[in-house]
Structure formats: C-alpha cells, structure tokens
Design a protein around this ligand. Structure first.
Ligand code: F6R
Length: 240
C-alpha cells in the first residue's frame, strides 16, 4: 500500500477529495464506494468546493453498510447519513446512490440485490474505507471470510459500544447490519483507507503490516494491488 501521513484529518479530507474530483473529471460516470462513521466526514466536507465546476450528474455511489431493522428515516440510519453528508451537499442524483436495504422485509435477498446492482454499475472505482478499533472494515468483524459478499452480520459488542455515541444509548444501537463483504470491497479498483487518532494506531499497523488474517479484516487490503492509506501521525504511530 501507499502510505500517506498527513498533519490532520482536514488535510486528509482535502487530499482524498482532490483525488475524487480528478476521478470524476476523468470519468463522469465514476462509481464511488461510500463509507460512513466519523472518519470520512472531512472528505465529504472538502468535496463540495472541489466539485464546484465538475458535472456530477452521472456519478454513482454505493454505501458500504447499513443497520438492519433501523427506521430508514432515523437520523443515524446510513441511508440518512449518506443523504445528509454526501448526496445533498454535492447535489448527486439520489437515484444513483444506493445504500444496502436494512429493512426486515426482503432482507434475505437484499445482499444479492446489492451485489447485482454494484455489478450492473460496472463495479466501484474508488472505495473510501474507515477501520474499526478491532480491525473491521465495512462491518466485516474479525472472522469474516475474505471471499464474503454483501450479507447480514451481527455487530460485536465492541462495535456497538464504539457506535453508541451516535445514539441515545447503547441499547438503541441495532444488533445486526448488512454489509458489503471483504470480497466485495476487494473488487473495487482503488481502496482508500483513512484513519485518524491514537485509537486506530494498532488496527492500522495490523492492517498494513501484520499477517493477512481473517482475525484482522482490514489486513485484506494487503491482497489488493491499488491501496492508498491516509493517516495522521497518531494513527501512523505504530507503523514500523
Ligand atoms: C462505516 C464502516 C465502518 C467504519 C468503522 C470506523 O461505513 O463501514 O467500518 O469505517 O467502524 O468508524 P469511525 O470512522 O466512526 O471511527
């Protein structure tokens, strides 16, 4: 992987937003892989100014994951987050931006439907990734198969605790999610993994330099030929 150490998250946001703007200029039909959580927010904040003179009308996007059973209108559903942080500020076509369907009706075919939609769009050109403190990417928790496709998973206690900050209490954090698999993520043409802060340092070091193992899902990036890791000093502090 190419490792880029930046002074802070805002600088990372500008760097990655510039990369995305260049991609869309080159390929107006670009397909973006969209992460949620705190990590990609500086990218989404930097994008509107970078895209001011770029035609985004044909851009497609696929979110990594969604909570299962959450009301889609809940402000912390990833459908709502992607609408609020990405689609609306950038003026993207909402019909071209998909989030896995976490509603209980039809959940048994939601994963296959999502895979088919990504394939029909020609695959993801640039996938933005964050990483969990336990090394998860998407919501592929430790033990996930490197060949996995979009499917329903159970969130670990650690991840529910990490995400409790977005909800009134930890009891409101859903128990299940639907997430792109590691196999899905590895099919994207360029992976851009971002991480900020001391709390991510161990996960970043394991993902980039540790053994390639299902125990650390982020280590799957070592199997991909085109990966950019953008980290601040704190998140880079355990790299050799
Ligand atoms: C979110 C996602 C997760 C997060 C990870 C880090 O779509 O797939 O893998 O990237 O949980 O979360 P933050 O960025 O909130 O630290």
């Amino acid at each position: 992987a190419e490792i880029v150490i930046v002074p802070d998250a805002a600088a990372a946001g500008i760097l990655v937003a510039d990369e995305i703007a260049a991609l869309i200029r080159r390929t107006p039909t670009a397909v973006l892989g969209l992460a949620t959580g705190s990590t990609p927010l500086p990218v989404y904040e930097a994008l509107p100014s970078r895209l001011a003179d770029v035609d985004v009308s044909q851009v497609r996007g696929f979110a990594l994951d969604e909570y299962v059973g959450i009301d889609p209108a809940h402000p912390e559903s990833y459908r709502s987050v992607i609408a609020r942080e990405v689609v609306e500020p950038l003026g993207l076509d909402p019909a071209r931006i998909r989030v896995p369907d976490g509603s209980l009706e039809g959940i048994e075919h939601a994963g296959d439907d999502y895979e088919a939609a990504i394939e029909a769009a020609g695959g993801v050109d640039l996938q933005i990734l964050g990483i969990g403190t336990d090394g998860h990417i998407g919501f592929n928790e430790p033990g996930s198969s490197f060949a996995s496709q979009t499917r329903v998973k159970t969130l670990t206690a650690q991840t529910r605790q990490d995400n409790a900050r977005f909800f009134d209490s930890i009891d409101d954090v859903p128990m299940h999610c639907i997430t792109q698999g590691l196999g899905t993520i590895l099919q994207a043409r360029h992976l851009v993994l971002l991480a900020f802060g001391e709390g991510k340092a161990a996960a970043v070091a394991s993902a980039v330099e540790g053994p390639v193992t299902a125990s650390l899902p982020g280590s799957a990036i070592q199997l991909h030929p085109h990966v950019t890791v953008v980290v601040d000093e704190a998140a880079a502090s355990r790299l050799a």
